[in-house]
Ligand binder design. Sequence first.
Ligand code: BES
Ligand code: MN
Ligand code: ZN
Length: 532
Amino acid sequence: MDYRSTVAHGPALSQLNADALLVVLTADQGSTGDPVLDQIAKDAIAAGDFALKAGKSLYVHRPAGVKAPRVLLLGAADGSAKAFRAAVAKGVAQIKDLGVAHAAVAVASGVALDAAHARSLVLAVADATYVYTHTKPSAPKPAPLKKVTLACGQEQAAAVKHGLAEGAAVAEGVTLARELGNRPGNHCTPTFLASEAKRLGREHKHLKVEVLERAALEKLGMGSFLSVTNGSAQPPKFIILQYQGGAANQAPLVLVGKGITFDTGGISIKPSAGMDEMKFDMGGAASVLGTFRAVAELQPRINLIGLIPACENMPSGTATKPGDVVTSMSGQTIEVLNTDAEGRLILCDALTYAERFKPAAVIDIATLTGACVIALAHQHSGLFSADDELAAALLQAGQQAQDTAWRMPLDDEYAEGLKSNFADIGNVGGREGGAITAACFLAKFTKAYRWAHLDIAGSAWKSGGAKGGTGRPVGLLTRFILDQASAGKDAIAPRPVKSSSKTAREAAGRVARKVVRTPAARTPRSAGAAKG
Ligand code: BES
Ligand code: MN
Ligand code: ZN
């Protein structure tokens, strides 16, 4: 899609050269300053065909005095970027099946367009025109829309242009994340995620991508991550992305994305109904890849690391069993009380691995708990952090990007339920506060740096008729990274390692070198066949 801005106001708006003209009006701002367009709106309102309200729209074909052959009046709740996004989304949904290759968008003269409006426009258009086709040859043809032009005032032009460019990069990232999420589990395997990451690395010169295979993970002592792969015929992959936009000695931000390409629950198997949606359990990984795509395009002055532990969670004769105890890379032993709480088992080793980058901060993104969906539904991602400054920056980025998060508690008391008689910790607390106990589990592996956790179980995809990946929280993450890159000395900086934590001290005293695996687990497929 080609996004442009053009300086046009007053009577110039009805003379914009496009296949369709979208006119966004609000309750307080009902005039564009163009007499022809204003008259059309006035007449339509008088006839009861249109109202200056959110969700209202009216299509007018070949109105006299307007150059564009189609005019679409759109009501918006107010002049905010959020309301503008909703109005544009509605408008594009209406014209996308028409023969419109070029749409122009004009707003009421009293609405001061800025970069946020421009970003909103791009996100709305990208969202409304995305179609999943990869495994659906019968999918509707993509819209003919190729170009969108936003009309703005002279004094708004610079901000709008900047916003469009940023929005386009974010939209590409969001689209990549959606596409990866939508691909079925038999297509989107850990190997596929790794190859997609490598492709990104080839396409962007500031991006380096490396993939660690099973042998390397065994050597690192990632016994917790590897325990989740025991039942799967698909080899695990540990994907490392490195973007260098800042000075070589500048502490990087690290993003860690949960990459479970299918979550059956393992031996603690999930019920059948709706299990197909567990192909979206790599939403965290997808958002990391999408964010890297946006960042590689925008090239902010910052260093960024992406870590993606990717594998399947399957039941089999070689799968990890409830009660099995595994040794994480940190040295802490974990009793796997429920094999369906696998996200935290792969993340904890990635979080330990993150220490080597001496990060400014680490943010993990995971479709971690059904409990988070119960707590927050699908509106906000769950944000967990003991770091007020980091949490505030992430919440603000979410607001700015219209990809919001809601802060949840993370008090130590919630970790009580993770006690185990047979290991340092168990992998589940109780049913109550499940999103919080999951975050508490991760917290035990993040003592060396500033850390935040985003539980995107409710926000990464939609169910029902509109089933599909949302690409969230690529918008939030990209905004946060851009904010950090431009914050200069106010940016989040590494803080000294806390050594007060008992767990961290204990873990530091231990060395995990070897992952103990049964011979059968080494070759899951043949082992299964022999017993069968
Ligand atoms: N991937 C799921 C979380 C999930 C469930 C996301 C439903 C979205 C919708 C995760 O691996 C999981 O199974 N979590 C368990 C944890 C429990 C066993 C403590 C859950 O939420 O039920
Ligand atoms: Mn699970
Ligand atoms: Zn899962």
